[in-house]
Every structure is written in C-alpha cells, then in structure tokens.
Ligand binder design. Sequence first.
Ligand SMILES: Cc1ncc(C[n+]2csc(CCOP(=O)(O)OP(=O)(O)O)c2C)c(N)n1
Length: 245
Amino acid sequence: MKTVYTRPKILKEAHFHYCPGCGHSIVNRLIAEVVEEMDLRDKIICVAPAGCGMLLYNYFDIDTLESAHGRGAAVATGIKRVLPDNVVFSYQGDGDLAAIGTAEGFHAANRGEPITVIFVNNGVYGMTGGQMAPTTMLKQVTTTTPSGRNHIHAGHPVKVCEVFAVLDGTSYLERVAVNKPSAVIKAKKAIAKAFQHQIKKTGFSLVEILSPCPTNWKMGTIQACKWIDEVMVKEFPLGVIKEVK
Ligand SMILES: Cc1ncc(C[n+]2csc(CCOP(=O)(O)OP(=O)(O)O)c2C)c(N)n1
C-alpha cells in the first residue's frame, strides 16, 4: 500500500491538550512537517507563548524556550542575535502578539529582525476563557463583550499583517487559515516560505493563521470552520499581504 502520510518524527508521542476542533493542533503538525521536510531539525529554535500554545515543548522534539506572555518576538530576537545561523520562530496568539506584546512584535518587525512569527489568530484569549482580543470581530460575543464587540467602547479588529506591512523591516507577511483542507495546504506552504525568507535573510517574516476556537466561540467544530469563511475572512482577507523578493 502507498504511504500518503506519516507522523513527523519531530512530533513527540504525546497527546495534544487542545480542545476538539482547535486549530492549534493543525498548526503544530504543519510546523513539524515543514521542519522535517526542510531538514531544519537541528537548527531551528521555537519560542513558545503564554496561551493555548504554551505546551509546545511537550510536542516538538526541537529546542524550545518559553517566553512570558507577549514577549515572544523579543525573546526570539535575543536568540537570533546570539545564534544567527539558527532559524528562530516565535509562536504567538492574538492576545499575545496584538495586545500585551504589541510593542515587542511591532518593533522587532520595524527593526527587520530576521525572525519568523507564527501568529495564531483565533479572535479571542483562548487559554484564559474566551475574553475579547484585539482581533475579535465587531458584534462577536465573548466573555468580556457579552453584548457583542462594539467599536465605540472596544475599537476595531486589529489587522496585524496590514499594520506590519507599512514597516520597512518586514519582508514576508501572509494570512492563511486552517479551516478546510485546501486552506491547510496553503498554510503549510506559507510557513515554509517564511522560514525560507529567514534563511535568505530578507527581514522579518510573519504568517497569520485564522484558526477555529469552537470552545470559546460556543460553536460546533463544523460551524466554527464555516464561520472563518463567512465572517473572519471578510475582515481579515487571506493571501500574501507583503513579499520583498
Ligand atoms: C503577563 C501576563 N499577563 C496575563 C497572563 C494571563 N494570560 C495567559 S494566556 C492569556 C491570553 C492568551 O490568549 P492568546 O494570546 O490569544 O492565545 P490563545 O490562548 O487564544 O491561543 C493571558 C491573558 C499571563 N500569563 N502573563
């Protein structure tokens, strides 16, 4: 029989702690596949966040450091400056990158630090119980916006890729999703491309991944995946937002 899929070796034999239908597990697997296919096992370093992705070191058999909430890009910057020949990426949620870590991410991008940020946008603070994040949709109900997000009190959804695109230090910014097989294939290509940009030393690279959070969105898995296409993608258009060749 033809083998069409094998578990990447760098994914440890551990059970993910993620909720059913959560996109983090897909993103974790894609990173593992890309690391293996690009033969980066011995030279890649991961910076894990505070957030649902915080247990990455339990899953990846690669060097991984935990950062304080929001400090991923700063920690990755330090590692990359000390070990410039390694590929360094931080893995951050939307609360992490676009709220508490705005300064660290923005200025690392502006300085053109040759790091990669894998930015998982699930529109809420997942780990702490579904509070509003900067990327929460207008009218979206969260535990801190029980009547729906209202721009008068809570501002508008923050488009991280578009904001970073105006910074001269950024070289590759793409927004993808993991809500259906065709989107997952594109997401994997984008992760590989971001690492290639880092290896070519073109500047700061970031892949934003729209990711379902059925638990905190109070939806079934299928409904959550549809909601990404029907609602999120209208606010956060998919595709390459910037690429400097
Ligand atoms: C300095 C600090 N402030 C607050 C927290 C509490 N905290 C942990 S995870 C988190 C939010 C995580 O949300 P997000 O970054 O969107 O990631 P997700 O869990 O949705 O993947 C918060 C507020 C913390 N750990 N450290």
